[in-house]
Design a protein around this ligand. Sequence first.
Ligand SMILES: Cc1cc2nc3c(=O)[nH]c(=O)nc-3n(C[C@H](O)[C@H](O)[C@H](O)COP(=O)(O)OP(=O)(O)OC[C@H]3O[C@@H](n4cnc5c(N)ncnc54)[C@H](O)[C@@H]3O)c2cc1C
Ligand code: SF4
Length: 324
Amino acid sequence: MKEFMLFNPTSLDEAVELLGTDSSRAQLLAGGMDLLGRLKKRIDSPERVINLKSIPGLADIRDSQEGLSVGALVKLTELAEDSAVNAKYRALAQAAESVGSVQIRNAGTMGGNLCQKPRCWYYRHADFLCLQKGGTICYAQGGENRYHAILGGGPCFFAHPSDLAPAFIALDAQARIVGPKGQRSVAVEDLYRLPIIQLNGGLALEPGEILAEVRVPAPKANSRSTYLKFKEKPSFDFSLAGVAASVVMEGGKVSAARLALSGVSPVPWRPLDAEKILTGSPLNDATARQVADAIVEESVPLLHNRYKIPLTRTIVRRALLSLA
Ligand SMILES: Cc1cc2nc3c(=O)[nH]c(=O)nc-3n(C[C@H](O)[C@H](O)[C@H](O)COP(=O)(O)OP(=O)(O)OC[C@H]3O[C@@H](n4cnc5c(N)ncnc54)[C@H](O)[C@@H]3O)c2cc1C
Ligand code: SF4
């Protein structure tokens, strides 16, 4: 690990100033579950590390009639165990519970989970200067790509690692961001951009911006949500294929639906055509099959990850039927 200066700001404005806009010189630290690994392997070697944990007021979960507010420093364990989150925002509690191991959930934060960098093994190896690190090649495309994307890939094919992101997207959440130009609010979905549009580890934050909070609107009457994922190691692992689903039911049919997939695309994947099929349909096995088939219809597997197609189909069906 290269030496760096550690800063402990006491406000977001101070953190923004210390961070600057050159990510090669300064990086934010939350729980460190992602950043410290990258520093140790010299994937990143910033001069300054800005510790967000010294800033008060970023670690609260607040539930009200308007909805839920989750501060960037809320730990994944807290999110998974919060009674209001479990009662009203089930997909979010399940997504938090599904992350890594107990140790990772006890240290990892909501903000760090949404802003973590690709888990592609070429990206995480200092000797591979791939597209995402300013090189000219995607080593995964013709290499070891069994964990990579089947949807929305190209020219980079990593599978987006966050479990919380699809849950927030299915729940129509908004992120509050502060940065050098002030404060803005953006749909969580728009925090991510496909690599064909932008190569920035999948994240669409502007240079120098910090995620402060995510707000989830209060659930509508007769709504339900869930998050399910397949993982290779049952004890702790990233998603091979997962889905967050949120539906509103009316007269035995789905009147509104939002879906977002994990583990299959460089962004949390929103299958808009499949949502249209779901909306207006009864929530039964025939609908679940139709929706799952529509999602994988667009998939373009690489040499070693074709298995993700049946996996995705199955997890989508299971998730939808669990909401029936
Ligand atoms: C063995 C292992 C298994 C894992 N399994 C899973 C899994 O199953 N599912 C899953 O989703 N994740 C998994 N992870 C990833 C882990 O959950 C995330 O890395 C963790 O949640 C990140 O949170 P953190 O607070 O530790 O982030 P940090 O490591 O502190 O930060 C992560 C990145 O986000 C940036 N950042 C942090 N906070 C902010 C902010 N507020 N605004 C802007 N940028 C910010 C940092 O600069 C850094 O680049 C796993 C990690 C490991 C090591
Ligand atoms: S998939 Fe993306 S992160 Fe992985 S080697 Fe290719 S360009 Fe790099």
